[in-house]
Write a protein of this length. Structure first.
Length: 298
């Protein structure tokens, strides 16, 4: 089940939209219906479980919905709202996380110096007799810089539709225009970044320890680093995504040493845009245990 993010003629010539010349609307509607069916089935099954229900994210959302309904509030009033939240979590929190992890591992496998620095930090903060845990993350500053540097080089923003006429940088933007902020180009602009195409996490480490430059929330005065957007319509899961990226990457690098399969070609960095920026050639890497004992996974 997948939608290709190919350009849609209907976006460029709205008068043609009702003909859906490329069948993109038809395809997207089928995917949406399929997802709706999946979420409806999961919800129905859960509602039928009676007292044995798990206290997980779905259960919490169902309870909030029930409370909203009882209080006559509109915050999570309908099953459609609930399914929309489940869809955001399922689509936002899966492929784009694994995609960034794939880029980060590719960069690290090509960059011995950075890989060594990451491992040194993990050894100091976590130690080879432990798995990475949530409380370690706040001290993994170098790893955090690796995540940011990966986001700088390999993320872009999505197109947005303007809902009202406005002016930006002297340009008039009529209502209904498709607007694309080219974060990919901003993140590689030599006006803002030294040697922009180099993978150099140090650029995100501040010498002065109490002031870290550029968080993932687009909070920098000149919008130089905006991997998740900025302002009102920033990625709703940016905080969670930042934490997941650090946790998954730290766990993979702490638990295992990674190398390319014997005889593999040099890692290819060419990419293509398909909602996210994806690697043209998927990364192949082989793990070997790095921790002091495999019993730690038990
Ligand atoms: C590496 C992981 C992720 C990346 C790269 C990413 C990226 C983005 C980007 C670029 C946007 C659009 C921002 C804009 O137009 O200015 C966005 C929107 C959004 N993201 Fe994420 N995201 C990630 C993870 C997540 C997760 C984990 C969730 C939910 C649990 C999530 C939920 C959303 C939602 C709901 C929106 C729409 C926000 C709105 O329109 O108000 N994302 N994301």
């Amino acid at each position: 089940m997948e939608i290709n993010s190919r350009p849609n003629v209907s976006d460029m010539f709205p008068l043609l939209a009702r003909f859906d010349l490329q069948g993109i609307l038809k395809e997207a509607t089928a995917v949406a219906q399929r997802l709706d069916w999946v979420f409806s089935s999961v919800i129905e099954r859960r509602l039928g479980e009676g007292e044995k229900r798990l206290k997980d994210m779905l259960q919490i959302l169902l309870e909030i919905r029930e409370d909203s309904e009882n209080a006559g509030s509109s915050s999570l009033a309908s099953m459609t709202h609930l399914k929309a939240i489940l869809q955001d979590i399922a689509t936002g929190g899966t492929e784009n996380i694994s995609n960034v992890i794939e880029w980060a591992l590719s960069e690290l496998l090509m960059n011995d110096r950075v890989m060594k620095n990451v491992k040194r930090e993990l050894d100091e903060i976590v130690g080879l007799d432990s798995l990475v845990e949530d409380h370690h993350l706040k001290n993994l500053n170098y790893l955090e810089a690796v995540v940011k540097e990966t986001c700088r080089l390999h993320l872009n923003l999505f197109p947005r539709l303007s809902t009202a006429p406005s002016t930006l940088g002297g340009y008039a933007i009529p209502k209904g225009s498709m607007v694309i902020i080219n974060a990919w180009a901003i993140h590689r602009d030599p006006q803002f970044w030294d040697e922009p195409s180099e993978f150099r996490p140090e650029r995100f480490l501040n010498k002065d320890d109490d002031k870290r430059p550029f968080d993932l929330m687009g909070n920098n005065s000149n919008f130089q680093f905006i991997p998740f957007g900025s302002g009102q319509r920033i990625c709703a899961g940016a905080n969670l995504a930042g934490k997941l990226l650090r946790y998954v990457l730290a766990s993979l690098l702490h638990s295992f040493d990674w190398k390319q399969p014997d005889g593999a070609e040099k890692i290819e960095f060419s990419d293509y845009y398909k909602i996210f920026i994806k690697k043209k050639k998927p990364l192949m890497a082989v793990p070997t245990l790095r921790l002091s004992s495999q019993d730690l996974f038990a």
